[in-house]
Design a protein around this ligand. Structure first.
Ligand SMILES: [Zn+2]
Length: 417
C-alpha cells in the first residue's frame, strides 16, 4: 500500500494527529523536537503505534546545520531545540558548532563524517526506546519495547546539486550501513537541475545499490506546483521510474497530488504537513516566526486556499459540502465555513488540519485503487470545472492559476506513453 506520511513538526499538531491516526500510516518528526519533548512524545508515539499501527521516522537534525543560521537566535546562540539535540549527539558536533557557523559534510574529513553519522544513527535507533524504558522503571512495564523503534533510519543527507555531492553522500551511507541495526531509508535530496541531466537518475540509483539499499526518500527541492515547469515534473517522474526499475522503493519526502499519481510509476509513499508542507527547500534563514496562515485544502483543485476563497469558488461551481467527518459535523453548507473562518473566538486551524489529513488519505486511496487514466481524466475535468470560477472570483489571488493540474497530467503522459 502507498504510504501516507505526515510531518509532525510542531507540538501544536498533536491534537490533529491524535484524532486522525486512522488516516495515516506514519509520521516524520524532526529529531530536535523529540529531544525537546523527551517525556511526552515517546509515549505519544507508543500510543499511535498501539492504537492504529502508525509508525514513525526521525528527520535527522544534523542536516539542518549545512547552511543558513535559522538554528541560531539574533545573538548567534543556538536555539533551544537544536541545543538539546546537539547535547544528545555530543562531540564532535558540539565543538564543530562552537568553532564554525555551519557544519557541512562536504567540508569534513571522513573520520568526522563517520563519527557524526554513527551518533545520528544511534540516536534514531534508541532515543524513543530509551525514554520508554526509563519511564517503564517507574510505571507499568512495557512489553516488547524494541518494537517502538522507528520504521527505518534516515541517515543525514547532503543536498545533491553536483556530482561531488554524490561522493559526500556515499561516505555518509558507508558509515550509516556500518552503524545501523535497523533498515536504512536514505533521503536523496536533489535539485531539479541535477536530475534533469541524463545520467544522474542512474547515478542516484547506483549510489543506493552500491550499499544494498532497497528503499529511500526522494526530496526534489522546491517542487512548488505554482512554479514548477512541466519538464521538471517529467524529470521527477523519470527519476521515480529509474529507481523503481532498479528495485528501490522511493518515497517522496515532500509531495502534493502529483506524488500520489506517481504511485502508478513505482513511488511507494508520500509526505506532507498538516497544513502546507507539500514542497520544501533548504531555506535556512532566520525568520520572524510569525504564525501560519489558516488555509482550507480544496480537493477539487488539490491546493490550499484562504477559507473565503474556497467558499466562493465552491459556491460558484455549486459543489457539495466536503463529506469528511470533520466538515460534515461542523458545516451544513459552505457559508458555515466562511463564518467559522471569520470568527476570532474559534480555533480554525485544528478543523482545517484534520480536514486536510482526511482528504489526503481519501485521495491517496482513490488514486491508488483506480486506473491512472481515470485519474488523469479527472484532473482535466477538475481543471475545466474550476478554471473559470478561479478567473471570476475576487477572493482568489490574481496570480493563482490552475495550470499545474494540466502540467501534472502532461508530465505523467510524457513518461507513460
Ligand atoms: Zn472536510
Amino acid at each position: 500500500m502507498f504510504e501516507a506520511t505526515l510531518r509532525y513538526n510542531s507540538p501544536s499538531d498533536k491534537d490533529t494527529i491524535a484524532s486522525s491516526t486512522e488516516y495515516l500510516d506514519s509520521l516524520v518528526i524532526p529529531a530536535r523536537m523529540l529531544t525537546a519533548n523527551r517525556k511526552a512524545l515517546p509515549s505519544n508515539l507508543q500510543n499511535y503505534a498501539d492504537e492504529a499501527g502508525v509508525s514513525y521516522y526521525l528527520n535527522p537534525t544534523l542536516s539542518d546545520f549545512r547552511v543558513g543560521d535559522n538554528f541560531r537566535d539574533e545573538k548567534g546562540n543556538i536555539r533551544s531545540w537544536h541545543l538539546k539535540y546537539i547535547e544528545a549527539i555530543g562531540d564532535p558536533l558540539e565543538k564543530l558548532l562552537q568553532n564554525n557557523s555551519n557544519v557541512s559534510a562536504a567540508h569534513l574529513p571522513p573520520e568526522q563524517i563517520e563519527s557524526l553519522t554513527a551518533a545520528s544513527v544511534e540516536f534514531q535507533e534508541n532515543f524513543v526506546i530509551d525514554q520508554l524504558t526509563e519511564e517503564r522503571d517507574r510505571y507499568d512495564p512495557i512489553e516488547d519495547v524494541e518494537s517502538y523503534a522507528p520504521e527505518a533510519v534516515i541517515p543525514w543527507y547532503h543536498k545533491i546539486s553536483q556530482e561531488s555531492d554524490l561522493q559526500t553522500n556515499d561516505t555518509i551511507l558507508s558509515a550509516a550501513v556500518d552503524a545501523s541495526d535497523l533498515p536504512l531509508k536514505p533521503c536523496l535530496f536533489v535539485t531539479p537541475s541535477f536530475i534533469a541531466q541524463e545520467t544522474n537518475p542512474e547515478a542516484l540509483a547506483d549510489l543506493l545499490l552500491k550499499h544494498d539499499l532497497s528503499e529511500c526518500f526522494v526530496w526534489i527541492e522546491d517542487l512548488d506546483k505554482h512554479e514548477t515547469a512541466e519538464s521538471h515534473y517529467t524529470h521527477a517522474a523519470e527519476l521515480i521510474v529509474e529507481l523503481a526499475e532498479a528495485g528501490i522503493a522511493p518515497h517522496f519526502f515532500y509531495g502534493d497530488y502529483f506524488a500520489m499519481m506517481l504511485s502508478h510509476l513505482g513511488l511507494s509513499g508520500t509526505t506532507y504537513g498538516t497544513m502546507y508542507g507539500e514542497e520544501g527547500g533548504e531555506r535556512r534563514e532566520r525568520t520572524s516566526g510569525s504564525g501560519v496562515a489558516t488555509r482550507y485544502y480544496l480537493d477539487g483543485v488539490k491546493d490550499f486556499l484562504k477559507p473565503v476563497a474556497a467558499v466562493d469558488v465552491q459556491q460558484r461551481v455549486d459543489a457539495e459540502m466536503c463529506p469528511c467527518d470533520v466538515c460534515s459535523r461542523q458545516f451544513d453548507d459552505w457559508s458555515d465555513l466562511a463564518e467559522l473562518a471569520n470568527d476570532p473566538e474559534q480555533n480554525v486551524q485544528a478543523p482545517m488540519k484534520k480536514h486536510h489529513v482526511r482528504v489526503r488519505w481519501h485521495q491517496i486511496r482513490t488514486v491508488e485503487s483506480q486506473l491512472l487514466d481515470e485519474t488523469l481524466s479527472e484532473l482535466e475535468r477538475d481543471h475545466s470545472k474550476y478554471a473559470s470560477a478561479f478567473g471570476r472570483s475576487n477572493q482568489v489571488g490574481q496570480k493563482k492559476k490552475l495550470d499545474y493540474l494540466l502540467r501534472w497530467k502532461h508530465a505523467i503522459e510524457n513518461v507513460t506513453s
